[in-house]
Design a protein around this ligand. Structure first.
Ligand code: 5GP
Ligand code: ZN
Length: 116
């Protein structure tokens, strides 16, 4: 299922280029076009969700899979020992800018807390 005009659906469907680092039947992961850290990867479900707020109980498995893939990407990028951050922005005040659920994987530099 895809939403017409959604850039992340277009990336998942290979209608738009991205540096894809992992994909399977359920999810696609690709490097962020405007990286905020040496590793900045987005993990998205192939199914279009209008953000985490739109996820339903039946989506629990794919949501969990996104997190497991996010962890695997961090491991592959050599971040398991030094540390990394997994983030979902939801809504305007959190800076959500693309209305297709995406999990950020960030690492490769010290990450301050609390986030800005
Ligand atoms: P948000 O701000 O919604 O949490 O995150 C959206 C992210 O998508 C941003 O970090 C932004 O740089 C990234 N992004 C937006 N458009 C594209 C694109 O066309 N390709 C890729 N690879 N990343 C994108
Ligand atoms: Zn979409």
């Amino acid at each position: 299922m895809s939403a017409s005009g959604c850039i992340f659906c277009r990336i998942a469907n290979k209608e738009m280029d991205a540096d894809i680092v992992y994909e399977d039947e359920e999810v696609v992961a690709f490097r962020d076009i405007n990286p905020q850290a040496p590793t900045h990867v987005l993990v998205i479900p192939r199914k279009h969700f209008a953000g985490i707020k739109a996820a339903e109980a039946k989506d629990e498995a794919v949501m969990g899979h996104c997190l497991m893939v996010a962890r695997e990407i961090a491991v592959r990028d050599g971040l398991a020992e030094r540390g990394y951050r997994i983030v979902i922005n939801s809504g305007a005040e959190a800076g959500e800018s693309v209305p297709h659920l995406h999990v950020h994987v960030l690492g490769g530099r010290p990450l301050s807390w609390p986030p800005g």
